[in-house]
Design a protein around this ligand. Sequence first.
Ligand code: ADP
Ligand code: SF4
Length: 694
Amino acid sequence: MRRDPRYDVLFEPVRIGPVVARNRFFQVPHCNGMGYRDPTALAAMRAVKAEGGWAVVCTEEVEIHPSAEITPFIELRLWDDRDIPAVARIAEAVHAHGALAGIELCDNGLNAPNHYSRMVPRGPSSLPIITFTADPVQARAMDKQDIADLRRRHRRAVRRAIEAGFDLVYVYAAHNLGILEHFLSRRYNHRSDEYGGSLENRVRLLREVIEDAKEEAGDAAAIAVRLSVGQFLGEGELTREEVEGVVEMLAELPDLWDFCLAGWEMDSRTSRFAEEGAQEEYLRGLRQRTTRPVVGVGRYTSPDAMVRLVREGLVDCIGAARPSIADPFLPRKIEEGRIEEIRECIGCNICVSGDFTMAPIRCTQNAAMGEEWRRGWHPERIRPKQSEARVLVVGAGPAGLECALWLGRRGHSVTLAEAGRDLGGRVLRESRLPGLSAWIRVRDWREGRLAQMPEVEIFRESRLEAGDVLEFGAAHVVLATGSRWRRDGVARFHTLPIPIEEAAGILTPDDLMEGKRPEGGPVLLYDDDHFYMGGVLAELLVREGFQVALVTPANEVSSWTRNTLEQHAIQARLLELGVELVTGRAVAAIAAEEVELVCIHTGRRSRREAASVVLVTARLPEDRLLRDLEARQAEWADRGVDTVTAIGDAEAPATIAHAVYAGRRFAEELGARMDRDAVPFRRELPELLPWQPR
Ligand code: ADP
Ligand code: SF4
């Protein structure tokens, strides 16, 4: 198939200084939790993007020197020449598929606690380090020697980047993560020398570093500047007028502008808090101030929106991080007229959580993300089946859908049985909750693909019992039957059931998702889950007019959502909506109209009135079918059943991303000889240098 001519404009080449991008699809730098620890895995991940048609594929931030490093985060490094081979491998992998390789050089400035190097952090002024973890470390105000050091180190990093083969080198002044941005605003720049005070002075260091980079690069590489054009940092942040001033002052200096927002949590807002294209208003009026090509992001997955963006003159290149993670083949699918095959990002930021937990990137929609080299998975392909075995998959939630899809793609004959009328399991239910509607894309993409696959037969309204499964007689039975929320208070604080009076009005998330509602009086929502569910349900109830108190043993609501960059936004929304937040307390016992709380610090008890209690605690695997089948194992051989395997939430409840991953893993591993004791993926080990013990 050929692409729709409406999208031709997206495939026009774009000149970026001395290099030419083959089309307008531009994978902007994004973190991935692999960095210097997993360089080959990282190169393979970037290579797949290039294979998928992106014209420019960039690295994440690359530390230029140990004087500004961000341990514990795992990013790339170009500290000295020894780091060149690792990053060169990325450039080479990207070039192999005809894309340009970009690299984002970074001095982390006030964002560098230097836990690893133990060098004294530096900033424009003497101020505390501004990391997410508020490290008890301050930066010293840079003197002229420091500024000279910074410029020289940045220059050397440019030289190393070019030596490593990169075509595009970023000067990074964005997301409130780099020193050049810290110099720009009065918020952090309190200097009285020629680098502080007026905007022109505050821009000086950025200008000098761009000039250095241009000079160093010559015609060997283009120089890009990434700038925050909307700041949400608090007092002293760059005003809009100042942003426009910066762009005007430096307009023609870089070869490309990449505009984004600061901090990172504003640039990578989840779909719960921002629509596709939410950044557009900040892009308006900037491209006119430069003749250089402009890149901007907005979680765009729709080619129509991309075309509009170009036609309206907001950008020249469509920047994407998350859409390229969820579907590395997005450009190729548009090019080949396969729009409906685009696996759209759901805006959940599970990808970001990889970086925050220092673990390799993962994606709810694309189970192969981060596993391209480790496990040899590909976002579009899988090796053919090794046997004619038929497979029965029970349950069409994210795990079952993914499993059936990839087994079908391997060529297996698959039957997918779902108890409900609609497919989707938990994503179907959860996507009806406030702010989560985009999550249905997990179901929609898979259902759409499965509809085209004769290998997979789907039976709806088919709740299977052990007898049905045995009668069916597939060689492999996959139980993707999901989980149920507990109603006994067990989770993290309580690992044993709490006393609950029979007359107490208890509701679980499943009850609320099934349409049940509290009866009368104030509602107490107890969140010992700490991810999104507690906050989302509090929002649901308060919007419906209930008086809601959210009680949690944590010191903030939805505390794990720090890893998805949402925690502040969630807490702000709940406060705005009038939810009472009670932190540092656990529910100890529940009576008919009253709840006993316990302070997690002092153990002191208190009582609160509550007509209903919503327990957002742990979940239990739906494993009855598994147990029933295990009890009848003697019958398996006669029925032709070889294996029965629970996957996803039915094995151990976790995130939707875990369930999708479990589905893919089963499909990948079916028929493979597995050594249960071997490390099940490839990894790289540090190079050992000679050592003489004293
Ligand atoms: P996961 O996240 O692991 O994919 P879900 O809870 O989203 O799990 O999905 C489980 C699905 O399995 C639900 O759609 C549920 O209706 C279905 N299901 C559970 N038990 C059975 C059964 N015995 N037969 C058929 N479908 C089942
Ligand atoms: Fe999008 Fe979620 Fe995948 Fe990140 S993890 S790319 S937000 S679908």
